[in-house]
Design a protein around this ligand. Structure first.
Ligand SMILES: Cc1cc2nc3c(=O)[nH]c(=O)nc-3n(C[C@H](O)[C@H](O)[C@H](O)COP(=O)(O)OP(=O)(O)OC[C@H]3O[C@@H](n4cnc5c(N)ncnc54)[C@H](O)[C@@H]3O)c2cc1C
Length: 611
């Protein structure tokens, strides 16, 4: 059994920052990651990192923009922590050698981004995430952090207490992709989940194949609530054939959206009379699809994004990567013709419920980055606010897990006195088909508490599960289940939602769960068995699809990225609250907790959100 003080699951932006922070506090720290850290999906981030750095800007303005962008579902303590810590963190990156784009006078450049009242987005060309990962990986190496790469973490080792808030996390269990062995990792101080987003729940997504939401699902099975999962961001500018992202940086630099008639529809059809193309992402995505649905889309599918007028010199200086993407994936030369774009799944606003220190309701278990929900983004994330979230909250989680004395969090976690039970009219029974098959991480008996025994029990359990997959020689293959699930989510739980579609999705998810009982792995080998890995990931996708859809069906209002045909307005009187779903004995339990709008010096009053 491996043993460290702090174990970070995932080596992307959040994981690297958390590991560096834990190591800075003197903790023996390891990263366990299914990909090598610099291959993590953070490397795909193009546009930039928001931070109020310049004269004329302030953390207060950044906080207000973020709260407005969230459609007043973000928690003020989380948002204010983000915007106050972001400038110092960006300067820190610069000191670590991050090659930011610069002005002629040497200052780090900042560009406009959607929903921002000031050009606040720092960037490194259109390859910001790539440079971010490399800069932090160097620091991780400098700190001597041990990296177990190509280890796929499949379960958390938690004690068996009945109430998840009484549980303690003592480690993880991981499958070595190179050798096929299953081993335990004991964490003496804490486990930090930094496993990234769940984009593979959808068929058309900007996310990598590896983004299967494993961390969310592991925490969920261990009893930690998932928060606000119904809020899924659909980015307005993805390439139609592949879902590859065309950065918001293009619109930030002045790129224009046109419909098939050549109309600049964001203004001409009144979607955002002030900000136009730089309205918030949810607003632009709905506008594009409305154009297509009303017959003004190009080839009935997409719209055009034009950057030709920016000129070759500026495009090559700031957006060169975009030219390559458009050429490679659509065969379009962005210097001479407009690029085809349509909305695609991009980001999950919700996630593993944490406080400002990254702690979940299970002692010793933390989450940071896209898989966590603090909640900074509420019902809609502003472009450029995810990368600062990784470094600000990754660092805080690393420090806290390592034992640093920190200010007590204001945000509560778990089922507290503030929470109220919820109800959802699902057409099928949600949750596990058979809880004995390993779909719960703790049995509720309260008997198993010894740290070593807790990890060993989970190792045995996971070894059996892997062996069962390999021993079976007939059944259904994961790919068929996954494809049907992705298709249903894309058809029914997309930008525009209605009750009928959401119920259809829940029926399809139930069918996927039942088929999964019969799943088998065709490849019997123990070395780089991607068939086995994808089979394990598919279970996670099913859990997350269900959490997203249950939350969406229950929320009877239109807020941020969640639009409902039956309820086309925000309903603050009833719905100014966070959705929480926890999976204790294998049945999802829905409850709600209030949003915190009281900040340090002011209360954020929900207003009509227009751009
Ligand atoms: C194309 C694209 C462009 C974007 N551009 C921007 C931008 O310009 N600005 C901005 O603010 N945001 C942007 N975002 C959002 C932002 O980049 C992501 O939210 C963020 O990078 C996620 O970082 P992370 O560290 O949470 O996860 P990731 O970088 O995805 O890292 C996850 C890590 O977890 C590991 N992992 C996952 N599952 C397991 C498992 N079971 N076992 C072991 N390891 C596991 C992976 O190997 C990986 O190392 C963009 C997103 C996309 C998709």
């Amino acid at each position: 059994m491996h043993e460290h003080d702090v174990i970070v699951v995932g080596g992307g932006g959040a994981g690297l920052r958390a590991a560096i922070a834990a190591s800075e506090e003197g903790a023996d720290t390891a990263i366990v990651s299914k990909l090598h850290p610099v291959r993590s999906h953070t490397g795909a981030a193009e546009g930039g990192i928001n931070a109020a750095l310049r004269e004329g800007d302030s953390w207060q303005d950044h906080a207000y923009d973020t709260m407005k962008g969230s459609d007043f579902l973000g928690d003020a303590p989380a948002i204010e922590t983000l915007v106050k810590d972001a400038p110092e963190e960006v300067i820190n990156l610069e000191h670590w050698g991050m090659p930011f784009s610069r002005e002629d006078d040497g200052r780090v450049s900042q560009r406009p981004f959607g929903g921002l009242s000031f050009p606040r987005t720092t960037y490194a060309g259109a390859e910001t995430g790539h440079h971010l990962l490399h800069t932090m990986y160097q620091q991780a190496m400098k700190h001597g952090i041990q990296v177990y790469d190509e280890w796929h973490v499949s379960e958390l080792a938690v004690t068996d207490h009945e109430d998840p808030s009484d549980r303690r996390c003592h480690g993880i269990v991981a499958y070595d992709v190179k050798t096929g062995t299953v081993e335990g990792f004991k964490a003496n101080r804490g486990v930090i989940l930094a496993t990234g987003g769940p984009g593979q729940v959808y068929e058309h997504t900007t996310n990598a194949v590896s983004n299967t939401g494993d961390g969310y699902a592991m925490a969920y099975r261990a009893g930690v609530p998932l928060e606000d999962m119904e809020f899924v961001q659909f980015h307005p500018t993805t390439l139609p054939s592949t879902g590859v992202l065309i950065s918001e940086g293009v619109r930030g630099e002045g790129g224009i959206l046109y419909n098939e008639k050549g109309e600049r529809f964001m203004f001409e059809h009144g979607y955002a009379n002030n900000e136009g193309e730089l309205a918030s992402r949810d607003v632009v995505a709905r506008a594009e699809l409305t154009e297509v649905n009303q017959g003004r889309g190009v080839e009935d599918e997409y719209v055009h994004l034009d950057m030709r007028h920016l000129g070759e010199e500026r495009i090559l200086d700031r957006l060169e990567n975009i030219l390559h993407l458009a050429e490679d994936f659509e065969g379009v030369d962005g210097l001479v013709e407009p690029m085809p774009v349509k909305p695609g799944q991009h980001y999950e606003m919700g996630g593993i419920e944490t406080d400002e220190n990254g702690e979940t309701c299970i002692e010793g278990l933390y989450a940071a980055g896209e898989c966590a929900c603090v909640s900074v983004h509420g019902s809609n994330r502003l472009g450029g606010n995810a990368l600062p979230e990784l470094i600000v909250f990754g660092k805080r989680a690393g420090h806290h897990a390592a034992g640093k004395d920190m200010k007590e969090a204001e945000i509560t976690t778990g089922y507290t006195d503030e929470c109220e039970p919820g109800d959802v009219d699902s057409p099928v029974e949600p949750g596990a088909v058979d809880t004995k098959s390993g779909d719960v991480a703790a049995d509720g008996s309260g008997e198993l508490t010894d740290p070593q025994a807790v990890v060993e029990r989970t190792v045995e359990h996971e070894r059996d599960r892997v062996q069962t997959f390999l021993d079976k020689d007939e059944g259904v293959q994961h790919a068929a289940i996954r494809e049907d699930l992705q298709d249903s989510m894309t058809a029914n739980v997309n930008v525009f939602r209605n009750e009928e579609g959401l119920k259809t999705a829940l029926e399809d998810i139930r069918e996927a769960r039942e088929r999964y009982q019969d799943v088998y792995v065709d490849d019997p080998s123990r070395t780089f068995n991607t068939d086995l890995l994808h089979t394990m990931e598919t279970r996670n996708l099913i859990d997350l699809a269900e959490a997203i859809t249950l939350g969406a069906l229950a929320r009877e209002e239109f807020r941020g990225a969640h639009w409902r045909q039956e309820y086309q307005e925000r309903r603050d009187d009833e719905w100014l609250k966070h959705t929480l779903l926890r999976w204790n004995d294998g049945t999802p339990e829905l409850f709600y907790k209030p949003v915190i709008l009281e900040g340090e010096n002011k209360t954020y009053e929900p207003t009509v959100r227009s751009y």
